[in-house]
Ligand binder design. Structure first.
Ligand code: F6P
Length: 386
């Protein structure tokens, strides 16, 4: 007999239900007898003992359903060790409920913050297996998180729709894409939808480079599509301390980086600029087929670990293989886009502007010297002709 607790924590995404279904179907299909305890609204459910006993039937018919049947909430890791408003020790409360129900293991589905708390529970002696969810794809230890491909589809569809109206009106359009502090979603949706300019947090931009790219487009096509990550940042702002930048954002008259860019591009070029923010639609609706399969596979492998009694791992995806990654390797690390990633270089070779003034004109697979700044300096800052 295995007694399994399960919870989903942090921002939701597509395929959370598909992943849980994968876990439960695999367990139910095994010879092992199982009891499933679903904790409601993330870690809150585990802290306050708010759970439901579930059977295989509860996981039937949810493969295509977005959101999470368990509900979710954000329980920030940085305050997890602080007592709640009634003085309750949250970590002790989670351990208490785990032991009270005599659980063999917790299955925890979440992103970065969730994994920090999951690792803490492991350190506190609980058996934990985790699954990597987030539309941001920023979780360390896995090449891909579920939810990401579905969000790429939605953001791509949004930019595709913008394309036709931008072309009709000859306007500059900015589409602001989610992704928190990383640019995976913007980079992929931007490339999938043929954006002319892609701005991501990992590659700080220079406004003049963007203006030059818009002017160049104006001469040839008279409309421009700019995919901007919600965390995109200028070269100047990237030099500020975290505190200074937070203050700047707080005092800014603009609701987000896209509106600031729209204002500046409009004033400098005289072109009409519009902003579209698809926002939480990117996290909503039914998972795409890729995510349904991917999340089911990860869920099934998580169940396998449980059946073998192997705990303390996230089930991830590396080099096209499903792998188990020790939680201590995952917790607290961010997976960002490398400005030197081949996909970025390929995008640059196609003429997509990243606003950094570094062009790639040669094949990065065969030529290591590529990467020239328009200023006449190479990436190391040396004159390129010397
Ligand atoms: O982490 C997923 C995400 O959708 C990010 O892309 C975004 O920055 C954030 O969550 C939004 O959080 P909330 O739903 O709490 O507003």
């Amino acid at each position: 007999m295995k007694r399994i607790g399960m919870l989903t924590s942090g921002g939701d995404c597509q395929a959370l239900n598909a992943a849980m279904r994968g876990v439960v179907k695999t367990l139910v299909h095994s010879e092992e007898e199982v009891e499933i305890y679903g904790f409601l609204d993330g870690y809150k459910g585990l802290i306050y003992g708010d759970y439901r006993m579930l059977t295989g039937k509860d996981f039937s018919g949810i493969l295509t359903k977005g959101g999470t049947i368990l509900g979710t909430s954000r329980t920030p890791f940085k305050t997890i060790k602080d007592p709640d408003e009634n003085g309750l020790d949250k970590v002790e409360a989670m351990k208490h409920n785990y032991y009270k129900l005599n659980l063999d293991c917790m299955v925890i589905l979440g992103g970065n913050g969730t994994h920090k708390t999951a690792n803490l529970l492991r350190q506190e002696g609980l058996n934990v297996v985790t699954l990597p969810k987030t539309i941001d794809n920023d979780l360390y230890g896995t090449d891909m998180t579920f939810g990401f491909q579905s969000a790429v589809d939605i953001a791509t569809n949004c930019i595709d729709c913008i394309h036709t109206t931008a072309a009709s009106h000859g306007r500059v359009f900015i589409v602001e894409v989610m992704g928190h502090k990383v640019g995976w979603l913007t980079l992929n949706a931007g490339m999938a939808s043929g954006a002319d300019i892609i701005l991501i947090p990992e590659i700080p931009y220079d406004l003049n480079e963007i203006l030059a790219a818009v002017e160049k487009r104006k001469k040839n096509s008279h409309f421009t599509i700019i995919a901007v990550a919600e965390g995109a940042i200028s070269k100047e702002d990237a030099k500020l301390s975290k505190k200074e930048y937070a203050k700047k954002l707080k005092d800014s008259p603009y609701p987000s980086v896209s509106y600031e860019l729209a204002d500046k591009i409009g004033k400098a070029t005289g072109q009409e600029v519009r902003v579209t923010v698809p926002g939480h639609t990117q996290r909503g609706g039914s998972p795409c087929p890729y995510d349904r399969v991917f999340a089911s596979r990860l869920g099934s492998e998580a169940a396998n670990l449980i059946l073998k009694g192997e705990y303390g791992f996230m089930v991830g995806y590396k080099d096209r293989e499903i792998v188990k990654v020790p939680l201590e390797e995952v917790a607290g690390k961010l997976k960002s886009v490398s400005p030197d990633a081949r996909i970025v270089k390929e995008a640059k070779m196609m003429g997509i502007c990243f606003g950094d003034g570094v062009d790639y004109v040669e094949d990065p697979v065969t030529d290591k010297k590529a990467g020239k700044e328009k200023s006449g300096k190479d990436k190391s800052g040396k004159d390129k002709d010397k």
